[in-house]
Design a protein around this ligand. Sequence first.
Ligand code: ZN
Ligand code: FE
Length: 255
Amino acid sequence: MLAVERIPCLQDNYVWLLRSGAGNGIAVVDPAEAGPVEAALARHGLRLTHIFNTHHHGDHVGANLALKAKYGTAIVGPRADQARIPGIDVALADGETYTFDGEVATVLDVPGHTRGHIAFWFAGSAALFCGDTLFALGCGRMFEGTAPQMWRSLAKIRALPDATQVYCAHEYTQSNAKFAVSVDPDNTELRTRAATIDRQRAAGEATVPSLLGLEKRTNPFLRADDAGLAHRMGLSETQPAAVFGALRAAKDVFR
Ligand code: ZN
Ligand code: FE
């Protein structure tokens, strides 16, 4: 079973520190910057053995080379984008597995935010590291993909068990909640969740990770095939990719 620790980086990034306790394996997911990661490792007296990268953006691979030079870290990332992952050693694609200190990660190809984006699903620990694909109450912008592609990626994540903890890479939840309530105002569980998030943020608490089951019921970007939400967007639930595209476009300009 993985133990996961949150390392806040940059403005609103979360880097995740993973240890299984079985061996000497210590990993981080998407190291945005070296300083806070090195400080967390030093605090525990740990050496970094693995980096898992979900995609090529600078706020996810920024510390790859510095950490690799310091610790000799192995870097695991997406095969479809290996040319854009600094220092990559192991390139993986959809359905392949990678064993980290006895814990098996299954790779999901989830293109849309970038064309080579992957997620790491540790089924035995009910943990999903999904980078900038799914956020708490939101999803990533489509920089390199299309709405049908991103919807397929999110549907793949939605098929995972409700008890999965979603470890996304940013604290965007409060602004995501405002948009979610604006498009799905009759969803009482969403409204209750939004109020909880306001209280958490006012107290300076993190809102990530979140439970996938809760995301399925409250995150509009996982509900593009919900009839009520589709009709509110002026579309039919029989065309969820179009509903998803309309939601994403509305969020892009939402203030
Ligand atoms: Zn990104
Ligand atoms: Fe990011």
